[in-house]
Design a protein around this ligand. Structure first.
Ligand code: NAP
Length: 239
């Protein structure tokens, strides 16, 4: 079966690595991004260089008015979506006393509501085919203290609840829903402010985006795993 993933937030970091690994595995890719069109076009070009079809598609996935046309564009240009990776996320570093209501709402909208909106939009495609794979990118912060803030913890814990809720309801329809929970992967998100050092990590280094992509690919290829969260943390935590 041809694979048509829609990847949110794939212009850089973990999302870009997932796009390339899924393309190597034979998938055509919709590379979603929010504002960095040049980076997204580069990822799409790299996918095409692997011999797969790819489009870059702008959409703020926290806004249903953008998600609906994004999914229509992907379906029209690549075909029905049968793999969805909800990867888009933001990490606004805030303490208890400087966290505003706007920060909280934005974090929940981008990190959690976006997954709900995208899943709802692609479910008709997956149900029609009787096959689908949904992978939500959570974080070790869903279960641990985390370095970003309680709003981020809440958004990622919600992502894991959403994962189990959909998994239970879609299990008889050929659709699996899982989450991947990385901790401290060397991307812009970690480099741009998290006061983190590899010395905190028992393995002695940050993880790579490619290592997260490997776990996503494994979940896409596995029909018997659903409703699970797979952590990767270099030995920092054990679930
Ligand atoms: P990143 O380097 O900051 O990249 C974020 C990506 O999300 C970019 O492609 C960005 O698009 C996109 N994005 C942000 N808001 C968006 C929106 N409203 N609509 C569409 N796209 C949006 O982040 P990353 O480290 O690769 O993180 C990817 C995911 O992994 C996030 O969900 C993050 O919470 C999670 N995660 C990361 C780590 C880590 O250590 N890095 C650990 C645990 C979990 P633009 O380029 O257009 O801005």
């Amino acid at each position: 079966m041809p694979l048509y993933p829609d990847l949110t937030g794939a212009s850089r970091g973990i999302g870009a690595a997932i796009a390339l690994l899924l393309a190597e595995a034979g998938a055509d890719i919709a590379v979603n991004y929010r504002e960095r069109s040049a980076e997204a076009e580069q990822v799409a070009a790299a996918v095409q260089a692997l011999g797969r079809r790819a489009i870059a598609v702008a959409a703020d996935v926290s806004d249903n008015a953008a998600v609906t046309p994004m999914v229509s564009t992907v379906a029209a240009q690549l075909g029905p979506v049968d793999i969805l990776v909800n990867n888009a996320g933001i990490a606004l570093i805030r303490g208890i006393d400087d966290l505003t209501e706007a920060d909280f709402d934005q974090t929940i909208a981008v990190n959690l509501k976006s997954a709900f909106l995208c899943i709802q939009a692609v479910l008709p495609h997956m149900r029609a085919q009787g096959w689908g794979r949904i992978v939500n990118i959570s974080s070790g912060a869903a279960r641990g203290a985390g370095g970003v803030g309680l709003h981020y913890n809440a958004s990622k814990a919600g992502m894991e609840g959403l994962t189990r809720g959909y998994a239970a309801r879609l299990v008889k329809q050929g659709i699996t829903v899982n989450a991947v929970a990385p901790s401290l992967i060397e991307t812009d998100m970690v480099k741009s402010g998290l006061a983190s050092s590899p010395s905190r990590i028992p393995l002695g280094r940050f993880g790579t985006s490619e290592e997260v992509a490997q776990v996503v690919l494994m979940l896409v290829g596995n029909a018997y795993t659903t409703g699970q969260t797979l952590p990767l943390s270099g030995g920092m935590s054990f679930n």
